[in-house]
Design a protein around this ligand. Sequence first.
Ligand code: HAM
Length: 419
Amino acid sequence: MRSQAVKGTHDILPDEQPAWRQLAEAAAVEFGRAGARQLTTPVFEYSEVFEKSVGASADLVVQKEMYSFEDRGGRRLTLRPEFTAGVLRAFIEHGMHTLPTPVKLWSAGPLFRAENVQRGRYRQFHQLNLEIIGLSQALADAEAVQLLYAILRRCGLARVHMRVGSVGDPEDRAAYNAYLRQALEPHQAELSETSRERLRLNPMRVLDSKAEQDQALLAGLKRPVDFLGEAARAHLDEVTGHLRDWQVPFEIDPGIVRGLDYYRRTAFEAHAQGIGAQSALGGGGRYDGLIENLGGPPLPGVGWALGSERVLDAMAQERAVHADEPRPLLFLVPLDEPAVAEVARMAVRLRRGRHVEHAYVRRNPGKGLRDADRSGAVFAGLRGDTERSRGVLQLKRLATGEQTEVAEDELARFLDEHA
Ligand code: HAM
């Protein structure tokens, strides 16, 4: 047996949980205030759900990044590589189009992509995801961007910058792709291997390459925003107008492209410095047409996902993690054998409303106080023969060393008053 987590997966240790909670709480507050409701979908779906949504040429499919398998009934299943497809599948299946518009759904949990592992890129990772369904107005795109920014700010991140752009309507994209093909095909030999493949399947994605030789070739070329039709151009202007109005800082990224193919018009990303090459904390965009593709009504939608691991990395870089592991109010120390069961009984009773821990074996006072210190408790409570005969406990406030004798039946009241 190999006692090792699978490459690209990781344990989230107890010490790391407060930061995760800080992120979850920041998101829950902002989602809740904006009227988004939580949806939990299964970790796997029929493979078709993802194949239909992420598009034939998306990286996930092309680079075989999906974890797909056949179950014992011969069904083709896939561990979700993203939330959007499953969320929309559930939206359609439960007839949520009858709900008041827009329907705002948020989700959280693990995702799976068979990627090349590096800092910020894992095979099991986590996202917080938002979908706003039913509105074609730019107002929805702007609200999506604003919410992503608000959550990152609430996490304590000050050095986040938002990039907003547009991949255009399908005909704009087609025109841009044709342009890029024409411009780059004569230079195929100079492109990186990934970009050569992208040029064949989805030329726009070449823009995303980090390879120097690719960027050199792209330097003089036009960007997707240069190919926007009138409608897509006006839509982008409206989105940015709202963002300015709401004082959400952003920059226009004329060359924004995303790894998934379902985007139309608005595309956006949040970036942070200092977390390595994978600096995108989150991203998303508009995906009109996707719900219909998945067999639902022709409803528009816009959404995003943030990568929890990357946000936590940025929070650590900016020293923005404030949440602490909760500390016990009282740590009980049994000084003789009969006291072991007594302190356990007291702990069970006192835990109705308080955090109380205890030693499980008899301790001498010195060791017992050391245990109490290590637990981070506010008070240590010592119980031995003398205390039993008088029906009391010796309470010691660990920060000051101040000691008080408290009667057993006064204990709860004393703790509540002196905490
Ligand atoms: P995505 O850009 O593929 O979009 O992922 C969103 C975020 O998830 C990324 O910006 C990154 O922070 C994080 N992420 C992606 N892959 C990994 C990985 N292998 N390891 C760690 N973090 C990762 C989507 O998933 C879309 N479904 C977002 C969306 C929702 N669009 C509309 N609605």
